[in-house]
Design a protein around this ligand. Structure first.
Ligand code: NAP
Length: 461
């Protein structure tokens, strides 16, 4: 029997283990979800919405368990109180737009014809979730999919093994039928085999580019709809008229919060030459204030990375960049908790360029490169010189300039004077290797349903 294991970054020991389901057992889960779906979809929309919101409320009541458990699984300090703010905001927002987003589009209602497009649930939605924001990434799809009348099967990351269990526990205790929302433990092979067998009507995968490719390959030929929300290497661009203090504060937070393990974390910063020296100096001071340590200590502001193998990638990218001429500005001695393993000091590199893996590949750690630029054209070329495109963060007082530059950036979201925030009213989407599809907003509901056209000719006497 294959075991799925979570090794805690806090102490390197096994924190949780669960047996992976066999293919046959997993198919039974799918069969139960299939059987439950029609009844769930027949319930009034408002009932489904209210049940989901009750599940969300129940999870909030479980904070005393959920928050330290999260710290043990993936290292986020308990100081930040879990993910409730974004989790609740997204759930409440999608609840508030569900009726409009799912309402029929009326084309004609005359004496002769009724013509309209209705939205129908896909059927079974399979959610494969990552560990970096394990509750928030899962709820982006789980909440609207259930509200829209789908049944949902959730496979969570090994690193955050208990998150799927907690979500389902909360929702079922709140009254969502057990077969409507199920948690499942699966290895990669069985996951792919289920998808390849056409078990699901929609698969949402949030994770790495390589993982996304495997899912796309597994789904090939089955016509299963996919939402792929993959990696990023998001840039910031600080123009000469930017509010310097605000730019440093938001961009450094975007680069290092959650130990830099954010899909839309800032990994590259381009600064106009007139502000460059001041920006670098203030940024180094900003990150030097972190207290790296045990995430269960309420004083800790920067926890370990989720696994020492993730920290190893960051260390290797930094060492490679330094060997090629980059300069590391943060003194590691300020962070005695850095153990060469999962506990990793933040770092800022200058004298970097795009020949370095550090500036091209996803780092996914608390380290960022800063580059001096002379013009919008130079910044634009550098921002687009990436295989990814999730968000870009522009710093200026000029809305028109940001809109103009934004139109030329190959990205899913353009921010001005903010970063690293997922607005549930907007479509969360990426371009290039960051994936396909879109979640949240009205568009998220449309992606979790299919259109059905009614063309009804009335018989007139
Ligand atoms: P990951 O290794 O790709 O894993 C993501 C999920 O997919 C996990 O549940 C994982 O299961 C599963 N998985 C991975 N490869 C698979 C395969 N070949 N077959 C079946 N299942 C597979 O990614 P991660 O390390 O958890 O998450 C970090 C990545 O996610 C980063 O690249 C980040 O940028 C990206 N991300 C993107 C967004 C976005 O909105 N675009 C949001 C958050 C994260 P196991 O854990 O059991 O391997």
């Amino acid at each position: 029997m294959t075991m799925i294991t979570c090794v805690s970054p806090v102490n390197g020991e096994v924190y949780a283990e669960r047996p992976a389901l066999s293919l046959d057992a997993a198919k039974e889960v799918v069969a139960r979800a299939r059987k439950a779906q029609k009844d769930w979809a027949r319930r009034p929309l408002e009932d489904r919405v209210q049940l989901v919101l009750k599940g969300v409320a129940r999870l909030n009541e479980m904070a005393d368990v959920v928050v330290p458990e999260l710290a043990w699984q993936m290292g986020r300090p308990i100081k930040y109180g879990g993910e409730y703010r974004g989790f609740n905001e997204r759930s409440n927002y999608v609840a508030s737009i569900a009726a409009d987003a799912l309402s029929p589009m009326l084309v004609e209602d005359s004496a002769n014809f009724a013509r309209r497009i209705e939205r129908e649930p896909h059927g079974i939605v399979f959610v494969i979730a990552p560990w970096n924001y394990p509750y928030m990434t899962a709820i982006n799809t789980v909440a609207p999919a259930l509200m829209a009348g789908n049944t949902v099967i959730l496979k969570h990351a090994s690193q955050t093994l208990l998150v799927g269990e907690r979500l389902v526990q909360a929702f079922v205790e709140a009254g969502v039928p057990a077969d409507v929302f199920q948690n499942i433990y699966l290895d990669h092979e069985t996951t792919s085999a289920l998808i390849a067998a056409g078990s699901f009507n929609f698969v949402n995968f949030t994770g790495s580019v390589e993982g996304g490719r495997s899912i796309e390959r597994a789904a090939a030929g089955t016509f299963t709809s996919l939402g792929l929300e993959l990696g990023g290497k998001d840039p910031g661009y600080v123009m000469e008229d930017a509010d310097l203090e605000a730019a440093v504060d938001t961009l450094m937070d975007g680069a290092t919060y959650n130990s830099g393990q954010c899909c839309c974390g800032i990994e590259r910063i381009y600064v106009h030459e007139s502000l460059y020296d001041a920006f670098v100096e203030k940024s180094v001071a900003w990150v030097s204030n972190y207290k790296l340590g045990n995430p269960l200590d309420p004083e800790t502001t920067l926890g370990p990375m989720a696994h020492k193998r993730f920290a190893k990638v960051v260390r290797e990218q930094i060492a490679d960049a330094v060997a090629k001429g980059a300069k590391a500005l943060v003194d590691p001695k300020l962070f005695p908790a850095d153990d060469g393993g999962a506990y990793l000091a933040p770092q800022i590199l200058v004298d970097v360029d795009h020949s370095m893996a550090f500036m091209r590949e996803e780092t996914f750690g608390p380290a960022v490169g800063i580059v001096k630029v002379k013009s919008d054209a130079e910044a634009l070329e550098l921002m687009n010189d990436s295989p990814y495109g999730l968000t870009a963060s522009l710093w200026t007082k000029d809305v028109e300039r940001a809109s103009r530059i934004g139109r030329d950036i190959e990205t899913g979201t353009v921010f001005m004077n903010r970063a690293d925030y997922l607005d549930p009213a907007l479509c969360w989407t990426g371009v290039k290797e960051t994936g396909r599809g879109g979640s949240l907003s009205v568009i998220g509901f449309h992606n979790l349903t299919r259109p059905k056209s009614y063309h009804l000719k009335k018989v007139t006497a």
